[in-house]
Ligand binder design. Structure first.
Ligand SMILES: NC(=O)c1ccc[n+]([C@@H]2O[C@H](COP(=O)([O-])OP(=O)(O)OC[C@H]3O[C@@H](n4cnc5c(N)ncnc54)[C@H](OP(=O)(O)O)[C@@H]3O)[C@@H](O)[C@H]2O)c1
Length: 248
């Protein structure tokens, strides 16, 4: 087992699976979370099956399984990649079920906030923390049919800034964590099941996604995954940064 621990959400598919593989290749110990099992098999990989929208279960898994792991004195670096997200249903606002909106916000915004709290609260003082919150152009741009997705990504983006401010604050209980850095990272247009679903025939407001696919704009998940892995290993980092794929 290495001495760097990463918690990565959404490791059963897409970008999260590629991030887990990239980190394991670099010697990290990885804990992955998703509803399904993962095809990642490695002696330094542990998978936790959890629906991030089930906040009671997430709390139990967080306190019962992740917290004791995070507290271990062996880690000289801890990473968190809040990658898992659901896209929503391309539903007109008049037909949106408020319980569905609440669930999307739970998965995409509330669970990441809880995990940021867990990691920053349980990691031993002085251990460098690197947090990547996977964002999207949808965090800063409204799109028809994507109310719950855009809202949840906007909320996560601002939550990232709030947590970064807290980590630097002298008033933070336990003292500031100048060793913590958070990036809100937009991975570009990536060839994953999420994109496939977004352009599926018969879906309202799918043309943008059909066109991006037809124009060959999709990139393999390994490319943003490599950037995320590199950032988790960075020695120096600003308390908060926003990055899009391909930016230094
Ligand atoms: N693909 C793109 O073009 C694109 C563009 C901009 C931003 N992003 C962002 O990149 C991130 C990864 O997207 P992706 O394209 O790789 O998506 P994806 O292919 O749909 O994979 C999503 C992952 O999240 C997990 N997940 C979804 N709902 C979950 C839940 N309720 N509980 C636990 N895990 C859950 C899924 O696992 P289970 O289904 O097994 O739970 C899966 O492993 C997301 O934050 C997305 O918003 C993607």
């Amino acid at each position: 087992m290495g001495d760097r621990l990463a918690v990565v959400t959404g490791t059963s598919a897409g970008i999260g699976e590629a991030v887990a593989r990239a980190l394991l290749g670099e010697g990290w110990t990885v804990v992955g979370l998703s509803r399904r099992t993962s095809s990642v098999e490695h002696s330094a990989y542990r998978h936790l099956q959890v629906d991030l929208g089930d906040l009671d279960r997430l709390k139990a898994v967080g306190e019962g399984t992740l917290a004791p792991l995070l507290r271990k004195a062996a880690w000289r670096r801890i990473g968190l990649v809040n990658n898992a997200a659901v896209a929503g249903g391309s539903t007109p606002v008049a037909e949106l079920d408020p319980l569905h909106v609440a669930w999307v916000l739970a998965v995409n915004s509330i669970a990441p906030v809880f995990l940021m709290g867990l990691v920053s609260g349980r990691a031993a003082p002085g251990v460098p923390l690197r947090i990547v919150n996977v964002s999207s152009g949808a965090a800063v741009r409204g799109l028809a049919g994507m109310i719950e997705y855009c809202s949840s990504k906007a909320a996560l983006r601002l939550a990232s800034m709030c947590v970064a401010e807290e980590m630097q604050s002298a008033e933070r209980p336990g003292g500031p964590r100048p060793d913590a850095a958070i990036v809100s990272y937009a991975p570009g247009v990536v060839d994953t099941p999420m994109q496939e679903a977004a352009r599926s025939p018969g879906r309202l407001w799918n043309q943008l996604f059909v066109d991006m696919h037809a124009q060959g704009q999709l990139q393999p998940p390994e490319l943003p995954a490599a950037e995320i892995a590199r950032w988790l290993s960075s020695e120096t980092a600003e308390p908060f940064a926003e990055r899009r794929f391909g930016e230094p």
